[in-house]
Write a protein that binds this ligand. Structure first.
Ligand code: ADP
Ligand code: ASP
Ligand code: MG
Length: 397
């Protein structure tokens, strides 16, 4: 008996039958004597459909209006799920971020949660109601609706779990846990019973969308007990925690990120301060840069290539064209970043060589490389990404 937060992703609430199944999971948990707060995503591909709809009307809609539109997906599924629970005869209420008091900063489309008020939630729970919350949304200081970035319902669930000091936060999704690679791509991927917050954070940040990276950040900060499990099969999932009992593996997993664009600025002067000027310009425009590659200067010039998140491609190109009118600027959106992750690699030489050998064995060319103590990433052609992920996975795991 305790307080349980359950989060159901888009595919888990995609249609009426699935909503009824989720209502069954929630009411079973409630019947066993627990307080339950459930967080829901928009149904199926609703968020993508709404984005498409917006672009039919306006090619560059304001982010404020986009958030106003996208937040409706989660509000609709919260109400529908509450109706399914009503139909089963249980006391229930659905709430938006506004009603709960989930405040965020003002970065429309990618806002960060500042605080989750607990009064309304506790009041509903004190009246023995099941509470259904719309995920992915917040309210900023102007009383406007914001959204938390793609996959943001995970963050809503963990933030609510932290605010209410819940016993556990269970993320129900369409796979039965966290695997050593996306099980839809790597057929030999293995399910992990446990994973540390740090390794999960690294995997999520490098593209494993099974959990949104901010939700893992929050879970680590507030020590939220987190479990990823299936909404279709009743079997134990993957527990995300501070320390795992099992012997540390060299590699925890392999991740792929398609949300990346490579940009190159050609023919820059080969003198001190050039990189500083370029990356300051991008920083001032809030454009985060990931992998960087600078060519060796020849005949007084050099080239600098770097990657940005795909949604920053246009703004990056705009500011570069304005500040570097005399340079050739190229970009490639058909790239992916594939990474191996694992704290075990710190004390193990040869991980890079093994990864590159795996890529060579399937004929994949590497465009850029970046390394840190616990990961190695390569930038490759997007059409090669799935076979590269599988080859690297099978070489290590
Ligand atoms: P939801 O709609 O429930 O939030 P998501 O689509 O956001 O679900 O996340 C689940 C998906 O994450 C899975 O269907 C799987 O394809 C993908 N995925 C990527 N990497 C991994 C991984 N390492 N382990 C499990 N699933 C992964
Ligand atoms: N509906 C949002 C998305 O598709 C948020 C979420 O599902 O977590 O990104
Ligand atoms: Mg998700």
């Amino acid at each position: 008996m305790g307080l349980i937060i359950q989060k159901f992703g888009g595919s888990s609430v995609a249609d009426a039958e699935r909503i009824r199944r989720v209502a069954g999971i929630i009411t079973d948990t409630y019947k066993s004597g627990n307080d339950v707060v459930a967080v829901v995503s928009a149904q199926g591909d609703t968020t993508d459909d709404l984005i498409e709809k917006a672009h039919e009307i306006n090619e560059k809609p304001s982010k404020r209006e986009m958030d106003m539109l996208l937040s409706t997906g989660e509000q609709a599924s919260a109400a529908l799920l509450a109706m399914a629970i009503e139909d089963l005869g249980y006391p229930v209420t659905s709430l938006t971020a506004w009603q709960i008091g989930i405040t965020s900063d003002s970065k429309y489309s990618n806002a960060r949660i500042k605080q989750v008020a607990d009064e309304r939630l506790r009041r509903e729970l004190d009246q023995h109601k099941i509470v259904i919350c719309a995920g992915f949304q917040g309210v900023n200081k102007y009383d406007d609706i914001t959204t938390l970035g793609r996959g943001g319902s995970d963050t809503t669930a963990v933030a609510i779990a932290a605010a209410l000091r819940a016993d556990i936060c269970k993320i129900y999704t369409d796979v039965d846990g966290v695997y050593t690679a996306d099980p839809r791509i790597a057929k030999n991927a293995r399910k992990l019973n446990e994973i540390t917050y740090d390794e999960m954070l690294e995997l999520a940040s490098l593209g494993a969308q099974v959990l949104c990276n901010r939700s893992v950040e929050l879970a680590k900060k507030y020590r939220v007990n987190l479990e990823v499990c299936s909404s279709f099969k009743q079997i134990p999932g993957t527990v995300v925690k501070e320390d795992v009992k099992v012997e540390k593996m060299l590699i925890t997993g392999v991740a792929k990120d398609n949300n990346v664009t490579r940009i190159s600025v050609i023919g820059l002067e080969d003198v001190p301060g050039v990189a500083f000027k370029l990356f300051s310009l991008l920083g001032q425009n809030n454009i985060n840069v990931d992998i960087i590659l600078q060519s060796i200067g020849r005949h007084g010039t050099k080239d600098i290539s770097f990657t940005v998140a795909s949604d920053n491609t246009q703004i990056a190109l705009d500011v570069l064209h304005e500040s570097y009118p005399n340079n050739v600027i190229t970009y490639d959106e058909n790239v992916s970043k594939v990474s191996v992750v694992g704290s075990g690699m710190q004390s193990n030489a040869g991980v890079a060589a093994k990864m590159f050998e795996a890529l060579y064995s399937v004929g994949v060319n590497i465009q850029m490389i970046s390394t840190s103590e616990i990961k190695i990433s390569v930038l490759i052609d997007r059409s090669d990404a799935n076979k590269a992920l599988e080859a690297i996975h099978d070489a290590f795991i």
